[in-house]
Design a protein around this ligand. Structure first.
Ligand code: ASP
Length: 293
């Protein structure tokens, strides 16, 4: 779709207000308009930085696959145990006309099942479709007894890395455990638990040591793009004084300019310790976050 201001809201309307699971193209746009959703000119989505990265990718077409992408995603668990996931993307730079990525493909870039987990993915969509990444994570939990973290690691850090497929996921299980696993240099991400400080990260701040070998390998393979300097690694901050219960969306990109992915959990679940916020946002931190409600 090209004109729907909030595609995840449109996806929700399809789920709740139509007998179908997926609508596409003009039919989806017409349906969204009929549901009272905001319709905008496609030019609304144009940004100078995306335009520049398109021109850059066009110049270096052979490296296009490693260029930036633009995706937002979120997973949420409510206090009744319902899990929802949504993913919205502009796709990959220099994609072919008519190309469909993983974001709208249920089980590839997006999955939610109250019995296991919700997953929203960003990355090289063709690999996420081939590997049914989001569903694979849930299936490993359901059939193999894996924890969310184990399942996410197996798929993102082993299976995808073995295929040299870059990307990452945010996921939440039925108990509110969070996984934000990525095999790229970075992924803009965050989570929010009711009554707690929001926590966000860009590079590999929160990952256990066991992640590092794969991460290092993956970072090396991406070094032609924009591997962060060591001084930028380890940056993680929280945004203080913001309303904790409102859904957040963050428009960013991944891999050097990572993707924005959010996970939200209800009260009583604990995760990695919230970091203390710096007095000001560091250079390069997404402006959209500074404006979060
Ligand atoms: N997964 C998206 C796609 O392949 C791109 C991205 O996440 O950046 O369309």
């Amino acid at each position: 779709v090209k004109t729907i201001r909030h595609p995840i809201s449109a996806a929700r309307a399809v789920m709740e207000q139509s007998p179908h699971v997926m609508l596409a193209r003009e039919g989806a746009e017409e349906f969204a308009a009929g549901q009272g959703l905001e319709i905008v000119d496609p030019a609304f989505f144009r940004t100078e930085s995306r335009w520049k990265s398109y021109l850059k990718a066009k110049e270096k077409r052979e490296k296009a696959v490693d260029e930036k992408h633009g995706t937002v995603g979120c997973v949420a668990l409510d206090r009744a145990g319902n899990i929802a996931a949504g993913t919205s993307t502009g796709g990959m730079t220099l994609k072919m006309w008519g190309r469909i990525g993983d974001a709208p493909v249920i089980g590839a870039g997006t999955w939610a099942d109250n019995a296991t987990c919700g997953v929203s993915a960003t990355g090289h969509g063709e690999f996420f479709i081939r590997n049914a990444v989001a569903h694979d994570i849930a299936a490993r939990m359901e059939h193999g007894g894996a924890t969310l973290k184990e399942a996410a690691e197996a798929v993102v850090m082993k299976k995808l890395v073995a295929q040299e497929a870059t990307g990452g996921i945010v996921a939440l299980d039925a108990e509110g455990n969070i996984a934000m696993t990525f095999n790229t240099a970075g992924m803009y991400r965050g989570y929010l638990k009711a009554g707690e400080e929001p926590v966000v990260g860009i590079y590999g701040e929160d990952e256990p040591e066991s992640f590092q070998p794969n991460r290092a390998r993956s970072m090396r393979s991406l070094s032609s793009n924009s591997t962060p300097s060591s001084s930028r690694r380890g940056r993680c901050l929280s945004a203080p004084g913001r309303s904790l219960m409102r859904p957040w969306a963050l428009t960013t990109r991944y891999q050097g300019t990572p993707s924005g992915q959010w996970a939200m959990a209800p009260p009583t679940q604990r995760g990695p310790k919230a970091r203390k916020a710096p007095s000001s946002m560091p250079a390069g931190f997404p402006a959209s976050l500074a404006n979060c409600p």
